[in-house]
Ligand binder design. Structure first.
Ligand SMILES: [Ca+2]
Length: 294
């Protein structure tokens, strides 16, 4: 007979017999569960069923691509006994970052005195970006791995692996490919001049002569589908391939000599073409820069 709830179960440890002349090895409390007891009863006697409590211990990884758990997980542990559960990162790209659920312990190996069920031990793992303990520009190791770059160090962050002028850490922030010299962070400026009050809707294609040169490839065209140009002098700053997990901003200056830049606007990326409409900008001489941050 076994009594079991979801994470607690009672196991029959043995049977005690007293006052009887009990025969056989099962006549006293057994160390292991006993399912049969044969007695020859010759006078008054009593028997006692002895039960032990077991609790379930179960640990899991918050992300099995980043790390795993081992030890006494997915086990039944006797009440009052110790269980050991450990967490390990899957590879050098990740590090163990603590437990959540039944405990908030920070050590990767847990020694638990089991006096209740532990069914929600969740190991957390985060990006390894410490470069041997030194945090520099915060590039995750997995990003180097993604692009086949093996120098996962501070010097690797500062390299320009594809020779496009952007350092690898800058390409990580911008979400560009550090191994493709045609992939780098850039933006375009498009100025639409029309009569005051003019309002047009349509698809606009910019060509290189519309741009101030920010390193835009020749003959690149960017479509603005159904974009309303409703100002006499609309000025659009365009980030072609924005990322949803990055923030973009525009700073401006009227004087490059002073080096003073003022924040104009900012926006989260939308996963596609991000357009900053500097619609109220009437200054003729103005300089812009677009920035991106994680
Ligand atoms: Ca580069």
């Amino acid at each position: 007979m076994k009594i079991q709830r979801k994470s607690i179960k009672q196991n029959l440890l043995g049977i005690l017999a007293a006052g009887a002349i009990a025969l056989g090895a099962n006549s006293a409390r057994a160390q292991t569960p006993v399912t049969n007891l044969e007695m020859t009863v010759t006078n008054d006697c009593s028997i006692e069923w002895v039960w032990g409590t077991n609790y379930q211990v179960n640990a899991r990884s918050s992300d099995e691509t980043r790390g795993y758990v081992g030890g006494d997980t997915n086990n039944w542990i006797e009440d009052g006994s110790n269980a050991t559960v450990s967490a390990s990162a899957a590879n050098e790209d990740y590090i163990f970052s603590g437990w959540t659920g039944d405990t908030n312990a920070s050590e990767s190996t847990l020694n638990i005195l089991v006096d209740k069920p532990y069914t929600n031990l969740v190991a957390k793992f985060s990006d390894n970006k410490t470069n041997g303990g030194v945090v520099t520009n915060g590039v995750p190791f997995r990003w180097f791995t993604q692009y086949g770059l093996t120098n996962k160090t501070a010097s690797g962050e500062l390299e320009d692996s594809d020779g496009d002028g952007m350092k690898n850490w800058q390409e990580y922030i911008a979400g560009t490919d550090p191994t493709n010299s045609a992939s780098y962070f850039w933006f375009a400026e498009f100025v639409w001049e029309s009569a005051p009050g003019h309002n047009e809707t349509g698809t606009y294609y910019t060509t290189e002569q519309d741009f101030i040169d920010y390193g835009i490839p020749t003959n690149t065209q960017i479509p603005f589908t159904n974009y309303v140009m409703d100002h006499a002098s609309s000025r659009l700053l365009v980030v072609p391939d924005s990322l949803t997990n990055r923030d973009y901003g525009v700073d401006s200056s009227s004087d490059l000599v002073s080096g003073i830049w003022n924040k104009e606007t900012n926006s989260s990326g939308n996963g596609g073409t991000l357009i900053f409409d500097m619609i109220d900008d009437t200054e003729k001489a103005k300089f812009y820069k677009v920035n991106v941050k994680e």
